[in-house]
Design a protein around this ligand. Structure first.
Ligand code: DGY
Length: 326
């Protein structure tokens, strides 16, 4: 029996691939780099399924190149790389990997929060340089965390987890909601306050971004937002880079309009806005929010289960366009 052909655009944890291999012929990009677009379009010509990453554009051109496609599975929760309406128009299911990376991403946001507030990276660099001459009362003075106000932009799964983790630090929690809907978990468990974007900017000591990237959130944080923030406040981004206007952030950091930034994602990945890496008051991570053993493994298993369901014509667990099954 001929098994359906699935292309996986980058090496992912073995558990997902093993699962997939039970019912599909699987080809994995052997290189530790994205497949060049032309080559990808060529490879998928005879594929029934593709598992891809946030670095791939899944659009009309992609679907045109894969006439036998039964579904596309994103190995990511964010899906701004997929033209979902286009997939829906074609009756093609597309999926993402929510839930399994929620805690890992929130923990990453906390590591950035502490890293930038307590100047961990700068201090580590001094130790490694061998130039530390001993304890000094004025060295590496940072910002307080306990009791400070945490502002969550995008109180979905990851934003909620981030806020819940603040319990040990007695932080008042503010959040915004693009739909205007309250987050009952945050209201009940943390006595959090749903506020306007402007109020969140003005009152927060730490602002953590967890909103998806869409036309309404692109450059949500630009020069005006940074001017409204406290000069002692920090911004943390583990969502998507373009939610921040990176040039405006650079200028705000240089001008001392905010105290610092912890970033895991960038406007033009993998490029950094020139000048950002020279600043001491930023901590920069290479998009590792979901990067824990269990989270990345579970992402591979979920993407594989989604793919197997789509190959059979069944509704996958985490479908982004479930209406195609109505
Ligand atoms: C996602 O899942 O959207 C992350 O950015 C990668 O894990």
């Amino acid at each position: 029996m001929n098994l359906p052909k699935v292309y996986v655009t980058r090496q992912i944890p073995k558990q997902g691939l093993d699962l997939l291999r039970q019912a599909a012929e699987v080809e994995v990009n052997p290189d530790d780099a994205p497949v060049p677009r032309e080559r990808l379009l060529e490879i998928i010509k005879d594929c029934q399924g593709v598992i891809g990453l946030l670095t791939e554009r899944i659009d009309a051109e992609f679907f045109d190149a894969a006439p036998n496609l039964k579904g596309y599975a994103n190995y990511a929760v964010g899906f701004d790389n997929i033209d979902v309406p286009e997939a829906t128009r074609r009756g093609l299911p597309v999926t993402n990997t929510p839930d399994v990376l929620t805690n890992a991403t929130a923990e990453c946001a906390w590591s950035l929060l502490f890293g930038v507030a307590r100047r961990v990276v700068e201090a580590d660099a001094v130790m490694r340089s061998g130039s530390w001459a001993g304890w000094g009362p004025m060295q590496f003075i940072g910002g307080d965390v306990t009791g400070k106000t945490l502002g969550i932009v995008g109180a979905g799964r990851i934003g909620t987890a981030m806020a819940r983790m603040s319990r040990g630090f007695d932080m008042p929690v503010l959040y915004t909601s693009s739909s205007g809907r309250r987050n009952e978990t945050l209201d009940k468990e943390l006595n959090a306050r749903l506020v306007s974007f402007e109020e969140l900017l003005e009152e927060s000591d730490f602002i953590s971004l967890h909103a998806p990237l869409n036309p309404g959130t692109r450059h949500l944080f630009g020069a005006d937002a940074f001017k409204r923030m406290k000069r002692t406040a920090y911004i943390i981004n583990t969502a998507r880079g373009p939610v921040i206007d990176e040039q405006a952030l650079l200028e705000a950091l240089k001008a001392g309009e905010i105290a610092g930034a912890g970033l895991d994602v960038y406007e033009n990945e993998p490029a950094l806005t020139p000048g950002l890496a020279e600043l001491a008051n930023v901590v920069l991570l290479p998009h590792i929010g979901s990067g824990t053993e269990s989270s990345r493994t579970d992402m591979s298993m979920l993407a594989a289960r989604n793919m197997l369901a789509m190959l059979k014509g069944h509704k996958p667990e985490t479908c982004l366009n479930p209406e195609i099954y109505d």
